[in-house]
Design a protein around this ligand. Structure first.
Ligand code: SF4
Length: 382
């Protein structure tokens, strides 16, 4: 089973409670980024081009657990940067599991074998290993040879120790449907528990801007992949059937950016995991003071081609809770890969993109500078 029953019940109960409480907006998955530093430099990454002073920043164990408590989402996805570079990450994970939240630890796996003994298998814990395709595809995607083999070796070791292991796979416009389907068969044979799949989002700062998918190509690519696996039923996915149906052009969903709130070293990121248009000091401030309606496909130019799970999975989950028969039908029959697609969201009323990245970086650097001066003050006074 792709998502364990315990997790489905826990998340389902949480969502129903939010509806009964009349909450219009609530988080489903906390995206926790305790650092931006990485030990790879992938061409499609928009997270690692910060100045060193920012890359050296870490969220402390206390910061991470305070974010988990403040947010209250039932699932926490730890990303980065490469989270395993954080020296106290095992303590963070332990603290989240003690709170009975489900933790997905996203990693490129280069340090996974070395650090495996710091973690304990638990129904609340999943290794989510980054693999963007077969050996050639993945090593090309991460711009380094040998990474695929090291990730697969780490997956084998983790499975032998009794861990749940998923892969997370980002697809670009170079993806060949037949090859991706074969890759999904391969990881199934390796024994991974589930696949998280997503079209690459065109980060404005990613070095490689040529190979991101637009929505039309995304839908066709996913149809062509799912067709090769009985409407996707050949593989276990860690995403809802309705989100996968959306990727194949069968659901007309709007983005739910507040479903996956993001906490980074900058603060609570507005509006989502992919876009850093501003930062709030507290989770409450993020939820109450963000103009949510100004984001999403059709509302904002930077959102025009986005179909990423951090924006649309929460929409699909809400739909599944409201219309469980719909999700069940897609799960049983598989994803439709023929026939008309739903009409696209019109883009004629979207507001133009704002480019605010450098302002946030300057503010952060100024803050770090002031903190350094303050730290030196007592010594100078002596
Ligand atoms: S559509 Fe939603 S998830 Fe995608 S970039 Fe825009 S706000 Fe973020």
């Amino acid at each position: 089973m792709s998502i364990p029953l315990r997790q489905k019940i826990s998340v389902g109960t949480y969502v129903v409670r939010q509806h009964l409480a009349g909450r219009k907006r609530y988080p489903l998955v906390l995206m926790l980024e305790p650092l931006f530093r990485c030990n790879l430099a992938c061409a499609g990454c928009g997270k690692i081009d910060y100045p060193d002073k920012i890359l050296n920043q870490r969220l402390s164990v206390e910061d991470c657990l305070a974010a988990v408590d403040e947010c209250g989402a039932p699932v926490v996805s730890i990303a980065g940067g490469e989270p395993l570079l954080h020296k106290e990450l095992a303590t963070v994970v332990k603290g989240i599991i003690e709170r009975k939240k489900f933790v997905y630890l996203c990693t490129n796996a280069l340090l996974m074998e070395k650090k495996l003994d710091q973690y304990t298998p638990s129904p609340y814990f999943v290794w989510s290993v980054h693999l963007d395709g077969d050996k050639e595809m993945h090593d090309h995607s991460v711009c380094q040879d040998g990474v695929y083999d090291r990730a697969v070796s780490a997956i084998h070791k983790a499975k032998a120790k009794g861990f749940r292991v998923n892969i997370n796979c980002t697809l670009f416009n170079t993806a060949e449907p037949g090859r991706v389907a074969k890759f999904f068969d391969t990881v199934k044979d390796i024994g991974i528990d589930a696949i998280t799949v997503s079209p690459g989002y065109a980060y404005e700062r990613a070095p490689d801007q040529e190979h991101f998918l637009n929505r039309e190509k995304t839908k066709q690519l996913f149809r062509d992949i799912f067709r090769r696996g009985r409407g996707g039923r050949n593989w276990s996915f860690s995403q809802s059937s309705l989100f996968l149906d959306f990727l194949a052009g069968n659901q007309n969903y709007h983005c739910t950016p507040w479903g996956n709130p993001t906490r980074t070293v900058f603060g609570w990121q507005r509006p989502c995991y992919l876009l850093g248009e501003g930062y709030a000091k507290t989770f409450r401030e993020l939820m109450e003071e963000t103009d949510w309606d100004s984001y999403g496909t059709g509302n904002y130019e930077k959102c025009a081609q986005c179909m990423v799970h951090s924006g649309y999975e929460a929409t699909a989950v809400q739909d599944a809770i409201k219309r469980p028969w719909k999700a069940l039908t897609v799960g049983l029959r598989g994803i439709r890969t023929e026939g008309d697609m739903v009409p696209e969201i019109p883009l004629d009323r979207q507001r133009p993109a704002e480019y605010v990245f450098s302002r946030h970086v300057e503010q952060m650097l100024a803050g770090i500078g002031e903190a350094e001066v303050r730290a030196k003050e007592p010594a100078a006074a002596k």
